[in-house]
Design a protein around this ligand. Structure first.
Ligand code: ZN
Length: 329
């Protein structure tokens, strides 16, 4: 059963002031505000109650964006899908089956800034940005165990060693907090590369529709044709354990192999045109896999809501990215 999420069903949107407060009270050791660990943990029920209710049941497939669908998970679970298009723009949606409140859909990016449509915030420099957000927009979702991942090389447009090295780089960038701002690694997140697999990432293409499949407990990165104009997709599955922090149980990533969209090294090729850093885009996708949402501003952070071609700057985190990782881990 395919359902189309209606934006008019019910709107309970409350702007989520996720770590948008001005920088103050710098911690002289970390260079981060001392209160940063608390400021992005919404405790007010009103703030958690973001999104729109969807008249759907477990197992129904709900179209959350044009061409992007999510299967309603069992009660107490959520599924987040994030897509990067080949113009560098992104879309993210989280479908929550709350055991008490029912099914609702969150588009966290719509409320990051609370600015009038078409207005962009001024760009802070990469190491001067404080803002970050969570993938789910309201409650947090994070790994409470190690993220063990596998790689499927089938259909890759890139040589195996180059591809594996790029994904290894990306998988480590978040837990190691690899950044350009000389901020120390204070993260408790861990990961492990398990090697190659024949299992496909849990992301399904059916006609022009992309959807997150049923979670199978394996975190797989792989390649395949995605719907036209799409560069990469990440599906993140999480379950409630009774606290206000969901536990991420699976994350899958699928990268487009339908054209030569990528470069795998640390620097763009000569005469680069419309090609994206695999290391940078994969670092962004791993950010979602670890539970990060998009940075409210359009620029400079790895987790910004758009990525640029022919640059590899986004293979290293900025200050807002680091703050987001530290907030979760
Ligand atoms: Zn993203």
């Amino acid at each position: 059963m395919m359902l189309r999420a209606s934006r008019s069903l019910l709107s309970l949107f409350v702007p989520v002031a996720l770590a948008l407060s001005a920088c103050s009270a710098e911690d002289s050791q970390s260079g981060l505000p001392a209160e940063q660990a608390d400021e992005a943990q919404p405790s007010d029920p009103e703030i958690e109650e973001i999104g729109e209710f969807v008249d759907a049941n477990e197992g129904d497939v709900v179209e959350v964006e044009d061409g992007i669908s999510v299967r309603v998970p069992p009660p107490g679970n959520l599924v987040a899908i994030e897509v990067i298009y080949d113009d560098g723009n992104t879309a993210v949606a989280t479908l929550v089956n709350d055991a008490e409140r029912g099914v609702f859909l969150v588009h966290p990016d719509e409320h990051l800034l609370g600015l009038p449509e078409g207005t962009l915030a001024a760009c802070a420099t990469k190491c001067n940005e404080n803002a970050f957000s969570h993938l789910y927009g309201g409650d947090r979702a994070k790994w409470k165990s190690r993220l063990d991942w596998s790689y499927r090389h089938n259909n890759s447009p890139i040589g195996k060693n180059n591809a594996i090295n790029a994904f290894k780089h990306a998988a480590l960038a978040i837990p190691k907090q690899r950044n350009t701002c000389d901020l120390a690694d204070q993260s408790s997140a861990t990961q492990r590369y398990l090697g190659e697999t024949t299992r496909a990432p849990n992301i399904i293409k059916s006609g022009s529709q992309i959807s997150c499949g049923e979670p199978d407990g394996y975190n797989v990165i792989g390649w395949g044709a995605i719907a036209g104009g799409t560069l990469a997709v990440t599906c993140t599955f999480a379950t409630s354990d009774g606290t206000n922090t969901y536990r991420i149980v699976e994350a899958d990533q699928r990268y487009d192999n339908s054209n030569r969209s990528w470069f795998a090294g640390n620097t763009p090729p000569n005469s680069c045109n419309n090609r994206f850093s695999l290391r940078g885009v994969a670092t962004h996708e791993f950010g979602h896999a670890y539970g990060l949402g998009h940075t409210p501003t359009q620029c400079n952070q790895v987790m910004a809501p758009s990525v640029s071609d022919c640059t590899s700057k986004n293979r290293k985190l900025g200050r807002g990215d680091v703050r987001g990782v530290r907030n979760l881990y």
